[in-house]
Design a protein around this ligand. Structure first.
Ligand code: ZN
Ligand code: CU
Length: 486
C-alpha cells in the first residue's frame, strides 16, 4: 500500500494499531505522512522520515470530528483550541443551534443565546466570506467547517424577534444564506427552541433555506422542543428536509424531563424509519445534563441546575441554583431571573436514554461545548475521551471501532467533509494516537477544565499539534467548505 516513487516521509507513525474510521476491524500498520497528507499505510520498515513517532501499543485513528460545536469565535480568539485538541479533536463543525459568527453588524446588541459566544471586542463579520477569510488568514489549530445560523440572520434582519418574519425579511435572510453558501458555508442551523427564533414558522424556515437545495447543503437543528413535543419537532424537522430536498441533522438528540424518560424508544425507531425515505442524521453528547443560557421556565428548572456564569452575579458561577435560591429566600425561578443573563448546566435526562441514543448505530458524537467562562459543562473538555473510556471500554456500549467511526467516518460522511474522517492514502493527515486501555475524560462538573488522559499525539494536516500533554503551538487547521455534490 506504500507509494513507489519515494520512501522518505515528513512523519512516520510506526508500530501502531490502526482503527481507520470506517468501522472495519483494527489492523497493525505504519503510517507515512507527506505534505500534510497520508502518503502510505502498511509495513514501512526501512523507510525514512524527518520524524518518527513510536506508536507501539497505541491506537492510531483519524482525528476526531466534533459534530456539534459553538467554537465559531473560539477558533479565532482561542486559536490553539486546547479544550478540543487535547481530546483528539482535529475538526469542528461550527455555527450550530441557529447561532453563527456571521453575518453581524458591529453596532448591534445581541440577545441571549446569541451573545453567549459573541466577542465584539475581537471584531464582528458583516459577511460570511469575511469570517472565513479571517479564519484562513489566522488559522486555528483545528479544521473548521461552518454553518450560518438562522437566529443570527433574524437578529441582523428583523427589528423585533417576537414574531414570524414577513416576506421582505424572508427575502433579505435568503439573500444572506445565498452569500454564506457562496462563501463556503456547509449548511444552515436553526434554534427554534430559543427566544430569538421561537416565533419562526416552519414556512419561514423553508423559505429562508431555499438556497440550500441547489447545493444539497445541510439543514441542522436544535429543535423547537426536546421535551413533551419531541415527536412533533422531529416531524417538523423531517418536513423541512423533504420540502428543501436536503440532508437534515438532528442536533444533540435527547428526551428531556422526567415525564419523557424512556421516549428514545419511540424517537429512535421514528428516526430509523424516516432514514429509509430521506437523508437524516443525528448527534449526541455523552452526559445526562445539558447546558445553555439561564432560563426561568419551569421545565428547565425541574432537575438540578448548576450555574456556569452570571453577568450580574459572577460570584455564583459553579454553584447550585437551589442553594442560591435558599440563600436569597426566593423561589428557584426568581433566582434564575436575577442571575440572567448567564449560562447554566441542567440535569434533565435519563442515563438509559443517553445510552440508547449513543448506541444507536447512526448517532455521531458532538460535544455541544460552550467555550466561555470558568465553569463550562465538562463536555467541552471531556466528550470524546468519555465515549472512548466510559461508554466504550467500561460500559461496553459498542466496540472501539464503532466508537471511532461515530466520531470520524460517519461524521465526515454526513457533513460531506471531503478526504477526512478515515485513514486512507491521499486523505488529509488528521490523526490521533491514543491508549485504548487508559483513555478517559478527566473533566467533571466540579472541575470541568481538565484535559483528558490517554491522548498521546494529535496531528492536524500533518502537523504535530499535541504530544504527551503539551500543545506544540501549531495552528495548521484549514477551512473546510462544501464540495460540489457529485
Ligand atoms: Zn443546541
Ligand atoms: Cu448547541
Amino acid at each position: 500500500m506504500s507509494d513507489s516513487n519515494s520512501t522518505h516521509y515528513d512523519l512516520l507513525i510506526a508500530g501502531g494499531t490502526v482503527i481507520d474510521g470506517s468501522k472495519a476491524p483494527r489492523f497493525s500498520a505504519d503510517i507515512g505522512v507527506r505534505g500534510g497528507r497520508i502518503a502510505a499505510i502498511g509495513n514501512l520498515t526501512g523507510h525514512t522520515a524527518d520524524r518518527t513517532l513510536d506508536a507501539a501499543g497505541q491506537i492510531v485513528a483519524p482525528g476526531f470530528i466534533d459534530a456539534h460545536t459553538h467554537d465559531d469565535q473560539a477558533v479565532l480568539s482561542q486559536a490553539t483550541m486546547p479544550f478540543k485538541i487535547s481530546q483528539g479533536v482535529t475538526t469542528v463543525i461550527a455555527g450550530n443551534c441557529g447561532i453563527s459568527a456571521a453575518p453581524l453588524r458591529a453596532d448591534m446588541d445581541l440577545p441571549m443565546p446569541l451573545s453567549l459566544i459573541d466577542s465584539p471586542a475581537e471584531g464582528r463579520f458583516t459577511t460570511f466570506a469575511a469570517y472565513l477569510d479571517a479564519l484562513r488568514a489566522t488559522p486555528s489549530s483545528v479544521n473548521v467547517a461552518a454553518m450560518v445560523g438562522h437566529s443570527t440572520l433574524r437578529a441582523v434582519t428583523m427589528p423585533a424577534l417576537d414574531r414570524p418574519a414577513n416576506a421582505e425579511e424572508i427575502a433579505a435572510m435568503r439573500a444572506l444564506v445565498e452569500e454564506a453558501m457562496q462563501a463556503g458555508a456547509i449548511g444552515l442551523s436553526t434554534g427554534t427552541f430559543y427566544p430569538p427564533a421561537a416565533k419562526a414558522t416552519t414556512e419561514e424556515i423553508i423559505e429562508v433555506c431555499r438556497p440550500l437545495s441547489a447545493r444539497k447543503a445541510l439543514y441542522v437543528t436544535h429543535m423547537r422542543d426536546e421535551s413533551d413535543h419531541v415527536m412533533q419537532s422531529l416531524e417538523e424537522t423531517f418536513r423541512i428536509g423533504r420540502e428543501l430536498d436536503v440532508p437534515v441533522v438532528v442536533s444533540h438528540h435527547k428526551v428531556q424531563n422526567a415525564a419523557n424518560f424512556g421516549r428514545s424508544q419511540v424517537t429512535l425507531p421514528f428516526i430509523r424509519e424516516t432514514m429509509k425515505h430521506q437523508c437524516v442524521s443525528l448527534d449526541c453528547y455523552p452526559y445526562t445534563a445539558g447546558s445553555t443560557m439561564i432560563r426561568a421556565d419551569r421545565g428547565m428548572l425541574e432537575g438540578r441546575v448548576l450555574i456556569s456564569a452570571s453577568q450580574p452575579h459572577p460570584e455564583c458561577a459553579g454553584r447550585d441554583l437551589d442553594d442560591i435560591a435558599r440563600e436569597w429566600g426566593v423561589p428557584k425561578d426568581e433566582a434564575a431571573r436575577r442571575l440572567q443573563p448567564g449560562s447554566a448546566v441542567y440535569f434533565l435526562m435519563d442515563e438509559n436514554d443517553v445510552q440508547r441514543i449513543l448506541a444507536f448505530d447512526e448517532t455521531m458524537i458532538g460535544s455541544d461545548g460552550i467555550p466561555v467562562g470558568e465553569s463550562p459543562h465538562p463536555r467541552l473538555w471531556g466528550t470524546f475521551p468519555r465515549v472512548l473510556g466510559h461508554y466504550c471500554r467500561e460500559i461496553g456500549l459498542f466496540p472501539l471501532e464503532t466508537a471511532v467511526w461515530k466520531m470520524t467516518g460517519l461524521t465526515a460522511r454526513n457533513f460531506g467533509l471531503h478526504q477526512r474522517g478515515t485513514l486512507e492514502v491521499g486523505h488529509h493527515a488528521d490523526i490521533v494516537v491514543f491508549d485504548a486501555a487508559s483513555v478517559r475524560d478527566a473533566a467533571s462538573y466540579e472541575t470541568p477544565a481538565r484535559p483528558a488522559e490517554g491522548i498521546d499525539t494529535v496531528i492536524v494536516n500533518g502537523a504535530i499539534t499535541w504530544r504527551h500533554g503539551t500543545h506544540s503551538g501549531a495552528r495548521n487547521g484549514q477551512v473546510i467548505t462544501r464540495q460540489a455534490t457529485p
